[in-house]
Ligand binder design. Structure first.
Ligand code: AMP
Ligand code: GLY
Length: 416
């Protein structure tokens, strides 16, 4: 297949790695990609958020399937334009992508579909925000309504901090105040063709910057899969009570969801609750889900894109476990320092079971340099979590990036 992947993160590198592993002779192009992706497949510097530019490229190059990695092209309507021109695309149109782009829209869809989620109220003024903050009580959960690149959510015991967060984001638009949900978090990805869904393997993401879940929320600092502590029947329950009702609701509103329905869940004492939906693969969870996938990824994505998931068996996963740890630049998430040299990747990736998924990397004057906050994901598979963790952390010790930092407790709770 001729496949165009849009995006430039470790998630897209992991997607490319999974497609190459099929050994099916795919011709893969990534726009815009990064230095690590460019070492594996051709990359092209086009504006992935411009629907006309992407569509013209896809038509000119006889692309069979476009896979959209990040949310920005979805929200910009890239999938809509491609579909109008008859190109198979894995990724929802702008209207269905609002499931991620607008928390108010997501809450309405969940309401209509009867999907279990925390109580929330949308506020437009500071007085309303303070009233809602006091009604729900501590710990406080305050969220920006629109896309905020992982920075819009504050969970805090500090009422003044909650009010300050609401004040800041009210300056940019509306704000959601939510009931705090207590429990383990699970990310479950479902492939959707607009009507049918197929689950991938559950993963857990570490959203806080520092060990023991200290520090600010980030885009994600590490992940592992599978989750040995999940109750039996968990995936079936999510499909029946969350994924299918959501997909049916969107289809009934003529905005079918074709792509990756990312269910961000909390397992509370009173049941599974949705904290958020995303309209795309998660990063870094993808880096631990796809290395375990045995079923060819291209076939799954193409079937979803053309409405053909009905009747297909569930994707198969290997018994290996996977751990990923994100290496971040000094100053991430507030003000990441860029331009510093990255060394030691050859030594790191020579460790058995280890691959490096690049994110913010580029070549400059013959050096590999960091160009952003989350620089790369070290991915390690193993027969158990102790083995995968030891491989991942040995690889990180081999990598040199001045000021670079990472969490040391990824998957520690499941490693014996
Ligand atoms: P979100 O961007 O909505 O996924 O939120 C980022 C992170 O904030 C989540 O992964 C949770 O760790 C935390 N969070 C968000 N909403 C809640 C909630 N209602 N209760 C507890 N934690 C939450
Ligand atoms: N890892 C969280 C996300 O992709 O949104």
């Amino acid at each position: 297949m001729r496949i165009l992947v849009l995006g430039s993160g470790a998630r897209e590198h992991a997607i490319v790695t999974a497609l190459l592993r099929e050994n099916a002779g795919h011709q893969i192009t990534v726009a815009p990609g990064n230095a690590g992706i460019a070492a594996d497949v051709p990359v092209i510097a086009l504006d992935a958020t411009n629907p006309a530019v992407v569509t013209e490229f896809a038509l000119d190059n006889d692309i069979d399937l476009v896979v959209i990695g990040p949310e920005a092209p979805l929200v910009a309507g890239v999938a809509d334009k491609l579909r109008q021109r008859g190109i198979a695309v894995f990724g929802p149109g702008r209207a269905a992508a609002a499931l991620e782009g607008s928390k108010t829209f997501a809450k309405r869809i969940m309401d209509e579909a009867g999907v279990p989620t925390g109580r929330a109220v949308r506020v437009g003024t500071l007085d309303e925000a303070v009233a809602a903050i006091d009604e729900y009580g501590a710990p406080y959960v305050v969220k920006a309504d629109g896309l905020a690149a992982g920075k819009g959510v504050l969970v805090t015991p500090d009422r003044d901090a909650a009010i300050a967060h609401a004040t800041y984001w009210l300056g940019q638009g509306s704000v959601l105040v939510e009931e705090f949900l207590d429990g383990q978090e699970v990310s479950l990805f479902l492939l959707s063709d607009g009507h049918n869904v197929l689950p991938l393997a559950p993963a857990q993401d570490y959203k806080r910057l520092s060990d023991d879940d200290e520090g600010p929320n980030t885009g994600g600092m590490g992940a592992y899969s599978p989750l040995p502590w999940l109750p039996a029947g968990f995936v079936d329950e999510v499909i029946e009570t969350i994924a299918l009702p959501t997909v049916r609701q969107l289809a009934s509103e003529q905005t079918p969801f074709i792509g990756l329905l990312y269910c961000g869940l909390i397992v509370t004492d009173s049941g599974i609750r949705v904290i958020e939906f995303n309209a795309r693969f998660g990063d870094p969870e993808t880096q631990v889900v796809l290395p375990r996938l045995v079923t060819p990824l291209s076939g799954l994505l193409f079937a979803a894109a053309i409405g053909g998931l009905g009747g297909l068996p569930r994707p198969e996963f290997s018994d290996d476990v996977a751990v990923t740890v994100v290496l971040a630049s000094e100053g991430y998430p507030e003000t990441p320092v860029t331009g510093r040299t990255i060394a030691g990747l050859d030594t790191a990736s020579a460790i058995h079971g280890v691959t490096i998924a690049h994110a913010a990397t580029a070549h400059s004057d013959g050096r590999l340099v960091a160009t952003g906050g989350r620089v790369l994901s070290v991915v390690a598979i193993g027969t158990d979590f102790a083995e995968a963790r030891s491989r991942a952390y040995r690889a990180l010790e081999a990598i040199d990036l001045e000021g670079g930092h990472y969490r040391t407790d990824i998957a520690a709770r499941v490693a014996r």
